[in-house]
Design a protein around this ligand. Structure first.
Ligand SMILES: [Zn+2]
Length: 256
């Protein structure tokens, strides 16, 4: 058995952090430097969180779409986000801006785990890029689930996300979470609540993949500053904060 101690301050780290109007991204930019990498595609360079970058490149290579899909925006500093917000206010007005552009510290782009994609064309709209539900873009959308990505602001969920439908904005949350989110027609906001139905001390969520399976559960740190968790020996695992009130655990297990 492995004993793991988790500190409340760590809920702001990991691939499942929720960043929106209610839950700001609080990491300082200096803390982000080691977590980021530049990806050089023929469309130019954008910066992403390292694992997000690796998965995006693998996915684009598998789909052979590096010439047809263009990543137009990745990591942004709070200053850059502020500039985009103010520029949009000036050019597009308040109504449009509030619908499509997040305030500084409320944008997922500051995590480096969000990417905006465009279908290649002569003229690309950088705030609302064209990324249709057909052809290679739709193939990307479907395949991206297995690589840990979700379409973050779906149609019909505007009231939950607080952001208008954005077919071009993808967020890395990691597999199998992307698949659970997709299969249950959830947003990240809803998933953070959904997973609380699978507490550490109660029933866990199991996902079968042949002779392997994932075990997922949630632990809150609401009441204490530090919590102790006991995990099985020799089982690969990942722990992510939710940026709200606790941690989500993912175990990769073998059937015996
Ligand atoms: Zn975006």
């Amino acid at each position: 058995m492995r004993r793991i101690f988790l500190n409340k301050n760590d809920i702001h780290n990991g691939n499942l952090i929720l960043v929106n109007k209610s839950y700001p991204f609080i990491k300082r930019e200096a803390e982000m430097i080691d977590a980021l990498t530049a990806i050089g595609l023929i469309s130019g360079e954008i910066i992403l969180e390292k694992r997000t970058a690796t998965m995006l490149i693998q996915l684009m290579n598998v789909l052979d779409c590096t010439k047809t899909i263009v990543p137009v925006s990745g990591y942004r500093t709070s200053k850059e986000q502020e500039k985009i917000y103010n520029d949009s206010l000036r050019e597009n007005g308040e109504k449009f801006t509030k619908k499509y552009v997040a305030l500084p510290h409320r944008s997922e782009h500051q995590t480096g785990m969000a990417v905006d994609l465009a279908q290649r064309s002569e003229k690309i709209d950088f705030i609302c890029p064209n990324f249709p539900y057909t052809g290679i873009c739709q193939k990307f959308r479907q395949k991206s689930i297995k690589y840990g990505f979700i379409e973050r602001y779906p149609k019909g969920k505007e009231n939950v996300t607080g952001i208008a439908h954005e077919p071009w904005h993808f967020r890395y949350v990691g597999y199998p979470h992307s698949e659970i989110i997709q299969n249950n027609n959830l947003t990240l906001e809803e998933y953070i609540e959904f997973i609380k139905g699978y507490q550490y001390s109660k029933k866990h969520l199991f996902l079968n993949h042949g002779h392997q399976y994932n075990e997922v559960f949630y632990l809150d740190v609401f009441k204490s500053k530090e919590v102790e968790v006991i995990l099985p020996e020799d089982v690969p695992y990942q722990i992510s904060g939710n940026n709200v009130d606790g941690f989500i655990f993912t175990l990769w297990r073998e059937k015996v």
